[in-house]
Ligand binder design. Sequence first.
Ligand code: GAL
Length: 987
Amino acid sequence: MSSSDHTSYVEDVLPGTGALPPRAWYARSSATSFSLNGSWRLRVSPTADAHDSAFASASASALTPDGYDTDDWAEVTVPGHWVLQGHGEPIYTNHLYPFPVDPPHVPTENPTGDHLRAFDLPADWLADGSATLRFDGVESCARVWLNGTELGTFKGSRLPHEFAVGPLLRAAGNVLAVRVHQWSSGSYLEDQDQWWLPGIFRDVTLLHRPEGCVGDWFTHASYDHTTGDGTLRVDSEVDGRVTVPDLGIDVPTGMSVTVPVEPWTAETPRLYDGELATEGERVPLRIGFRTVAVEGGLIKVNGTPVLFRGVNRHEWHPEHGRALDLATMRRDVELMKRHNINAVRTSHYPPHPAFLDLCDEYGLWVIDECDLETHGFIEQGWHDNPSDDDRWTPALLDRAARTVERDKNHPSVVMWSLGNEAGTGRGLTAMAEWIRERDPDRLVHYEGDVNCRDTDVYSRMYAEHAEVERLGARLDGGPARRRELPVILCEYAHAMGNGPGGLADYQRLFEAYERIQGGFVWEWIDHGIADERYGYAYGGDFGEELHDGNFVCDGLLLPDRTPSPGLAEFKKVIEPVRIDVDAPAGGTGTAGAFGAAGAPGTVRVTNRYDFRDLSHLSFEWSFQVEGETVRSGALTVPPLGPGECGEVKLPAPPEDGRGAPTSWTVRALDADDHEVAWGQSAQSAALPAPRRGPRRADQPVRGRQLITFGPAAFDARTGALRTVGGVDVVGPRLDVWRATTDNDDGASWQGDERLGFAWRAVGLHRMRHRLDGVELSGDALTVRTRVAPAGRDIGLRTVYRWTADAERVRLAVSVVPEGDWRVPLPRLGVRLGLPGGADATRWFGGGPGEAYPDTRAASRIAVWHSDVDAMQTPYVRPQENGARADVRWAEIGGLRIEGEPEFWFTARRWTSEQLDAAEHLNDLAAGTAEAAGAAGAAGAADRTVWVHLDHGQQGIGSQSCGPGPLPCYRLTAAPAEFAFTFRAARP
Ligand code: GAL
């Protein structure tokens, strides 16, 4: 044993001693409660037994100079993690246990936080009855004393534990002592991919329990869609009455009553306020009537199949870790609803219970997951896995019971999940059996049960699109039971860094095959820790011996909850209304195309809700000429029912585009004017080509050092552009490199398929540019080059052909690959520097946010304004970001650039190489400061803005955990031609 007898409970596989049986959780009741959150005294010791006996008796006396001496103790905020409050360090590992795997033993070095809190009872605290002390979450193991009497010990970090404390309470001078150990046998069951963060991180509450108070209760509220009736029965440990005034219900507990009701769904979260009253207490009830079942191989709620547009949500706050306040939880739910998300998997533990109240209220389908993961055992072939070891089964069952009992009264919870990545075994089966017995009215989920022996859905993680299609078409084979079951992707689309790519392609499959009932993007938020040194810290930043780097930053929200472009994309892809806009035929872009003869266009609207019609939405059309809205108005759309589709006519085109491209945009708005969905027609025409043959072609003139040509000057020796219309320019020259994204780099287990590695192996990050010739011929300047990496025989034969008139200069680039190219290109385009700097930019093309070939659904064509800083996406680990798709023209740093064809536009204050080298956000800020400093010594700060004008970009995919980009999004090295015209922007 690694610790003394006094601490043997730490390594005991049993869940604990002394706690009351689990029961339903509630925030409010007529009985008084008293929060013990706030400032506590803390002493952290390096081992579990450093202060054995002294602390056990500590709480017998008050925390006064006469009593237990805490003068040299620290202050800590509860709820909180001591390692995020200056005592010790957080540790991040994905699946490796950060200690030797020798269950149930834990290291001798076991940081132990002794917490003390003195309190007086509030003046109105009634001395009658008893009292319960409730801990909502303590990581990972606690031993508790009140006023010197030991209450017990417990494990199960994200689960509630209650102790009866009535006779121990004093009116004044109570001392609560809680010893918290970072490591315990429970740690073996809590190997989720996240930070290890010890502490009392959820609320501590003292609940008055009057005589005749409510005990446990179970609200059963089903809905019969064939009759429109709801049936309510509240089973209660203590007899009482149940009232629901809006439904005229007033019945004894245990009695069923059937009345007509409006059902609860995530789209229409109708809750009825009720009350459970026993002799001594009244508890408010929020009742949602709904029935969940698998019928005909589909998950149905109230008789209707549902499609999950879900996310996996860990609890995270960049300063407080997993200690979340109510406002943050509400913000999460509101952000989800606003982004069309309708489902949450509480990966990988029950959330703070108040979060589920919000899910009931706002409407989200919830898969409530038990606090169980033993993933680290995979390293030893699952040998010794607690999930398959009878000695651990009581601990597993305790976790199942604490989850189900706490959360069973939430209509939002439609499935119980046994846990995550815990292998297979008897313990899991025992959990499933217990859950089915206790709550036969919900479904059971567990992704690790590949044969679906214990589960009601076949759940997959990171399946490729092709597999999803096979599953949808029921071509997957497998055990008979599994073939009958619906499919969900409990995790897909790994949102690490830039991405995830391919969301739209998944959604098409989900919508095409009824068996595929949607999925849950991994994951909601980056778990970056706010840290002055780095911007946000990730694994390894705290000197961890084992860690998994920035794999912990893989969310749709940046750590401060700013939505990432991935969330904007997800919102568009999962919008519950599909709007297809067909512009009038015949839009050729020539003047008069939309004249009198212009036929009104058509909008096809499809209701993709499962339950609601469209009457809660208003629709609006707008008409754009060259990206600027010139007219808009209301569009009347019939209140189509779920699944229905209808066509409405657009008004007559308000004006012709005078040769400019025009488009129609239609938006659906909710009652708060939030955009729920939108659609846009194709542009009526390409931009009139920037007059291919310049109006009056100019001729290049060679001087001693410069070639002058139209508004431009070039280096006479290299043919490199130096200025255009008075704006200094570096480059442009061919560029194929991008600072690899997390999805380019792939996960360690992805082997040779990892593009980032293949690209670096070939040398695409160190291409050399050989100058083969600078030719002046008539009206053109031609620069011939070969761009290739050292050590390889592959290359890109690249010719820059410049032509000009008095105002503008046009660059036509032609690229011909040579040799055997086995890898796609990261990007293909030109990069130029603007040494004079740039701030405001304007472009006509896709926006407002970033887009790449497989993340472009949310990119809408318009004229967008931004400044260079706002064009960056501050991914926690810097990487390629910020491209805008389909850009026809852009203005930046005094230049106007027009593309033939449209291009990908990116502008940043650092080079791709600097971006690639940066490991944290602060490296970029420091990089530019250093550059500025160095340049400053030479006389001027480096204000260069680097602009990428790309003809192509490689897709993003999801290979940081799942599949790479689909083949159609690969940027294969192939002959290419593209052109840009440059001139001074008119102020
Ligand atoms: C899954 C796991 C998640 C997370 C994800 C990668 O396998 O269930 O917890 O680790 O991969 O980010």
